[in-house]
Write a protein that binds this ligand. Structure first.
Ligand SMILES: *Cc1c(COP(=O)(O)O)cnc(C)c1O
Length: 400
């Protein structure tokens, strides 16, 4: 409360921070650099041994039987959706509160995304809303562990079982999360991860699909390699030139350079998760003194991976809109963000009438109120206190 009377930076006052704090940032150390350099000097820059090494380590971390790497999280989602084998006109139910790639992967495969509304307090897809949207054309559910909190998997897997649906879990926010005591990655039919620099570990660009189904793992391996049934190194090992293309696939391979970086990053995952949880806990405490901000609810029997720390503004306690508060915090040097514009609001989706605006009231109301606070393992205690100070400063100006 020290700065209660301080003039806001947006009104010409001194900002809390002169160097802006981003909302997310990668952590790279000397071991990462050495791991990359070692691969640069080796025989294999791509299709080499580091890929399998990374996949094996990733499968162990997530408790899945198989892990298949991809060139991005989006390519991983595309692979997962392709593995479902949608027939024209079939549908998959998904959430509007996500990055658009979650729904786009269905369009790549000729399937129609059908949006089901979220629970207002967690912003996770509501299993009851899923049930309302199931038709004879529904083949799959694409659910998102939004912010790093696992969805209600027990209920969702039950619904899927009852209706014969495949569950794709978009866990791009949730590496290291647990549901019912088990790590995210081995629970759904197919689980997709991203290694974009803002995510839990990074390979620059990169992604992974985990599954316990051997047939699906083989499909995924072919899909990322042009639909060809062997890779370059396998042929070298066998001393053979022969290969066959059996499906239509893509070049969605992760390189050995990226896999070496991923392996090195994965070793630090536990420490980073602990730090993310520590920062989230600090924000939880700070919010007890800031009634105009409400953290998302966290359900029991799970371990949150805190990719994001999202607050909802209590608009009736505020004299300014979300966008004014956003701008005021940015002016203080705090890299707040908004996750996400509901997918059905994007012009591409609007023009094609996937869901009329107004048809997903909880997602739409939430969108007007959400803000993501900076959260990444490399944040110092001072960075954290700057966020709390800026929240007090800005909200004391705009609270009723
Ligand atoms: C990051 C992200 C993706 C896409 O991953 P890329 O690696 O950027 O392609 C998909 N879904 C969600 C929920 C994400 O956060």
């Amino acid at each position: 409360m020290l700065t209660r009377t301080a003039k806001l930076a947006i009104k010409g006052g001194t900002p809390v921070r002169s160097v802006p704090l981003p909302y997310a940032r990668q952590s790279i150390d000397d071991e990462d650099v050495s791991a990359l350099v070692e691969v640069l000097r080796s025989d294999w820059l791509t299709t080499g041994p580091k890929i399998e090494e990374f996949e094996t380590a990733f499968a162990a971390t997530t408790g899945a039987t198989y892990a298949v790497s991809f060139s991005s999280g989006t390519a991983a989602l595309h692979g997962a959706a392709a593995a479902v084998g949608f027939r024209p006109g079939e549908e998959a139910i998904t959430t509007p509160i996500t990055f658009c790639a979650t729904a786009n992967c269905l369009l790549y495969c000729g399937a129609r995304p059908v949006f089901a509304d979220v629970e207002f307090d967690t912003l996770l897809i509501n299993p009851k809303e899923i049930e309302h949207k199931i038709t004879s054309q529904t083949r799959a559910l694409v659910v998102v562990d939004y912010a790093g909190q696992p969805v209600a998997l027990r209920e969702i897997l039950e619904i899927a079982e009852k209706h014969g649906l495949t569950v794709i879990e978009d866990a791009c926010h949730a590496l290291g999360a647990k549901a019912h005591g088990r790590p995210v990655g081995g629970l759904s039919t197919l689980t997709a991860f991203s290694f974009h620099p803002v995510k839990h570990i990074t390979t620059g660009e990169g992604g992974m699909v985990t599954t316990n189904d051997r047939g699906l793992a083989e499909k995924l391996r072919r899909f990322r390699n042009h639909g060809i049934n062997s890779d370059h190194r396998q042929r070298e090992t066998r001393g053979s030139w022969f290969y066959e293309m059996v499906d239509l696939g893509y070049n969605y391979r992760l390189t050995d350079l990226q896999s070496a970086l991923g392996l090195s990053q994965l070793r630090r995952l536990d420490g980073w998760l602990a730090r993310r949880r520590e920062i989230a806990h600090r924000y939880d405490l700070a919010l007890q003194d800031l009634p105009a901000l409400r953290p998302l609810a966290v359900r029991s029997d799970l371990e949150h991976a805190y990719h994001l720390y999202v607050v909802q503004l209590e608009n009736n306690q505020l004299t300014a809109s979300r966008s004014e508060i956003f701008s005021a915090l940015r002016a203080e040097g705090i890299g707040v963000n908004v996750h996400y514009i509901p997918v059905h609001y994007h012009p591409f989706y609007r023009e094609r009438n996937f869901a009329p605006v107004g048809s997903l009231p909880r997602s739409e109301a939430a969108y007007e109120r959400i803000l993501s606070l900076p959260l990444f393992p490399g944040m110092s205690d001072k960075d954290m206190e700057d966020v709390v100070e800026a929240l007090h400063k800005v909200l004391s100006e705009f609270s009723r």
